[in-house]
Design a protein. Structure first.
Length: 214
């Protein structure tokens, strides 16, 4: 199996209280080029929480102690965002709907064949990679916004809300010429070519709510 950079560095976390199943899944994944971490319970995963490396979680729905859905909830509450693929011999429609609504990548019934499993892992890793790229882009935007002076930040907040230079000058007690200078500096610092781009940046960093969000 050909692996990309993400696959080569990815760790697949397998959480299942069935030891033979864990070992079988580990062999399959390792033979396909993945690194694997095994956990016999949800509690053990929480004790040895996944690090910052790319990956995903293969999670049994019904286990002793924390159930798969309970672990999914605990991970979300603690800020862990690795995609989850549920594996279960007890799958039912309500459980799968609940899991998917809570953000699960996929829901596969045991016994699962090699190809559907590897396809689900591939999709989960692709989702993880997209999320990491979005996080990096957001961090870069926030770093740019942090370079603005306090007054430039005030001007930006008004510009993206559709205020004209005259209105901004009146509201801030400044001259239109000063406001224009601030706008020019903001455009340069944020590498923006238009007000529309400033609006998009403001939405992404939380200065302005996206359309339809009150």
């Amino acid at each position: 199996m050909r692996r990309g950079m993400t696959s080569a560095a990815a760790v697949i976390h397998v959480v299942d209280d069935d030891a033979p199943f864990r070992k079988a899944i580990a062999r399959l994944l390792q033979a396909s080029g993945y690194q694997v971490a095994l956990y016999e319970s949800g509690e053990r995963l929480l004790e040895r929480a996944p690090g910052a490396e790319p990956g995903c979680i293969l999670l049994d729905l019904r286990m002793r102690g924390l159930s798969g859905l309970e672990l999914q909830q605990r991970l979300a509450q603690s800020g862990h965002t690795l995609p989850i693929v549920f594996l279960t011999g007890h799958g039912d429609i309500p459980a799968s709907v609940q899991a998917i609504k809570a953000g699960a990548e996929d829901f596969l019934s045991k016994p699962v064949a090699k190809r559907p499993l590897l396809d689900a892992v591939t999709r989960a890793l692709a989702r993880d990679e997209r999320a990491r790229e979005q996080h990096e882009r957001l961090g870069a935007l926030r770093a740019l916004v942090a370079t603005l002076t306090p007054r430039e930040s005030e001007v930006l907040a008004l510009v993206v809300r559709g205020k004209l230079n005259k209105q901004i000058a009146y509201e801030l007690g400044a001259s239109e010429r000063t406001v224009k200078a601030h706008r020019h500096s903001i455009m340069l610092k944020l590498h923006a070519q238009s007000v529309a781009e400033l609006v998009l940046i403001a939405e992404r960093v939380g200065i302005l709510a996206p359309p339809g969000v009150s």
